[in-house]
Design a binder for this molecule. Structure first.
Ligand code: FES
Length: 254
């Protein structure tokens, strides 16, 4: 993050809200109360060079730590999602590395023992639950770690599904384990080895490769924008109750 005054005037012009004080890296600023932390920091004149990605709460790049006056707790959140509060003391977390084990995924067989071997620190967990408390996505981190210790990869994959890899769990872990990397491996194994194959997808790919939709696609490609829009609006929708054997009347534009 660096400071700049560029752009902050434009933001100010657009925002007509009550100003509240916040502290960024120890320095006090007055910012509109409706802004997210990320926008407030930019309003204050800082420019994000890193620590900012999607701005939509899905990339995990903008982990933030803050305190509130008179409150002993350390709060964490995503800067792009959390709205500022009066007198909050903010610090953007820089990227810090957590150990991600190297493995050749295609050589794995999807067994719990492989995860235990790749991440033995799993068994250093003291169940303090700091990881869960710190998660800005409300993922039950301790629950998926406990599931993994029992060998339940599927449960771990499902519980960790909302993880966006921000790494805050690892930042607070007594056992110094990289929970989010372990969970990612669990989800990969679940997807590759434990989830049943989608047979209808295989059929559809075979149909595509056999050229079943080539004629329809060529027709679509040749259409002008208005005809294309009309065709889209008039397309036949798949019934909500359709079973696997549902076939539209017109399969050209499937
Ligand atoms: S910028 Fe991507 S989660 Fe905040």
């Amino acid at each position: 993050m660096s400071t700049t005054n560029e752009g902050s005037g434009a933001v100010a012009a657009k925002v007509e809200a009550k100003l509240i004080p916040i502290h960024v890296m120890g320095k006090r600023y007055e910012v509109p109360e409706s802004l997210t932390i990320m926008k407030a920091i930019e309003y204050a004149g800082y420019k994000y060079i890193r620590g900012c990605g999607c701005r939509g709460g899905v990339c995990g790049a903008c982990s933030t730590v803050y305190r509130k006056p008179g409150d002993y707790k350390i709060y964490t959140g995503l800067a792009c999602q959390t709205v500022v509060e009066p007198e909050m003391y903010l610090t953007q977390l820089p990227f810090y590395p957590a150990l991600r084990t190297t493995y050749e995924f295609s050589e794995l067989e999807g067994k719990p023992e492989e995860i235990f071997e790749l991440y033995p620190e799993l068994f250093r967990c003291v169940a303090c639950n700091a990881c869960t408390k710190v998660c800005p996505m409300d993922v039950e981190v301790l629950d998926y770690i406990s599931a993994l210790k029992r060998g339940d990869i599927k449960a771990a994959a499902e519980i960790s599904f909302d993880c966006i890899q921000c790494g805050l769990c690892a930042s607070r872990c007594f056992a110094e384990m990289p929970q989010y990397h372990i969970a990612q491996l669990a989800r990969r194994i679940n997807g590759a080895y434990l989830t049943p194959r989608a047979e209808h997808l295989k059929t559809m790919v075979a149909n595509i490769e056999a050229g079943r939709f080539a004629e329809g696609l060529n027709e679509l490609k040749a259409m002008d924008t208005d005809t294309l829009k009309k065709t889209y609006q008039e397309r036949e929708l798949e019934p909500a109750t359709a079973g696997d054997d549902w076939t539209p009347k017109d399969t050209r534009y499937l």
